[in-house]
Write a protein that binds this ligand. Structure first.
Ligand code: MBD
Ligand code: FE
Length: 278
């Protein structure tokens, strides 16, 4: 007998394996880096770790616990999750410190390229009985000089009302709650979807075990993920959060910014994006 799995059967190791595979597919390129820079960055990273060991008088038992935990992160496929939750926010902040236009924030581990695309307006792919409060999200894409960017691409992906992402949890249609709109002549776009729920890091993987062992909570606030791009402009990867949402002030991934708040009224909300030239 076969049993139909649902998203509630999600296992950290399967989610992690999917995230690892998706990352390997999109990050095939290697970066050209000089030996000087590798030596400088790797030495500094190791020196920072050596400093922690000295400062905290780390024992052999703790060193061995670290080793087995690191091995488990890999076995669970959770490097994309762990790094995006605890490290990516500083990379994003550093890389985009001087970029004009809309605020960005981290991409996270659950973006998949080439989602279904429509012109101007779309309803995200969803199940007939998709749970959740309906949400219409629309806006305009402009350049920093105010010009409307006709043909800009707005990609949207988010968790469902139970907090799970399609292609990473079982039982969900392939492109559930993932889609893209090509902005119209006035740079306008509109998505019909449902509000996502907060996202909880899986308990049964290495990342969840660290969170539990440290007594932290495992939640990200409810959020929409977006990528906005147009030829000749710098792509913005960002997220939008719901004003007053639970965990907005304690996001485990440190990715909430005050510029990224939306407050839907009567099921609708608008948010405009501003892109900087390349
Ligand atoms: C998410 O949904 C997410 O956006 C990030 C950054 C990490 C884990 C899950
Ligand atoms: Fe997310």
């Amino acid at each position: 007998m076969t049993t139909q799995l649902t998203e509630l059967d999600a296992k950290a190791a399967e989610t992690g394996a999917n995230a690892t595979r998706v990352f390997q597919e999109k990050a095939r390129g290697t970066v050209q880096t000089s030996t000087d820079r590798v030596a400088a960055v790797a030495s500094a990273a190791l020196a920072a770790l050596h400093g922690v060991i000295r400062d905290y008088d780390v024992t052999y038992a703790e060193y061995d616990a670290l080793k087995s935990w690191l091995i488990q992160v890999g076995a669970d496929g959770e490097w994309p999750l762990f790094l995006d939750v605890f490290v990516e926010h500083v990379v994003e902040e550093t890389v985009n410190a001087n970029r004009q236009g809309s605020k960005g924030t981290i991409e996270g581990p659950f973006y998949v390229p080439n989602a279904p695309r429509a012109e101007g307006e779309t309803t995200l792919p969803m199940r007939d009985d998709e749970p959740g409060t309906p949400l219409t999200f629309s806006g305009q894409v402009r350049s920093v000089d105010g010009t409307a960017l006709a043909g800009a691409l707005v990609e949207l992906w988010h968790a469902d009302a139970l907090g799970f992402y399609s292609q990473f949890a079982p039982g969900l249609p392939e492109w559930n709650l993932r889609g893209a709109v090509v902005a119209d002549k006035e740079g306008r776009f509109s998505f019909h979807t449902v509000q996502p729920a907060p996202y909880q890091i899986p308990h049964d993987g290495a990342t969840g075990k660290l969170i539990a062992a440290a007594g932290w909570h495992a939640w990200r606030p409810a959020h929409l993920h977006l990528k906005v791009s147009a030829p000749g402009y710098q792509l913005v990867t960002t997220q939008l959060y719901f004003e007053g949402g639970q965990y907005n002030d304690s996001d485990i991934a440190s990715a909430v910014k005050p510029e990224l708040m939306i407050a839907p009224a009567d099921g609708s909300v608008t948010y405009d994006f501003v892109l900087a030239p390349e």
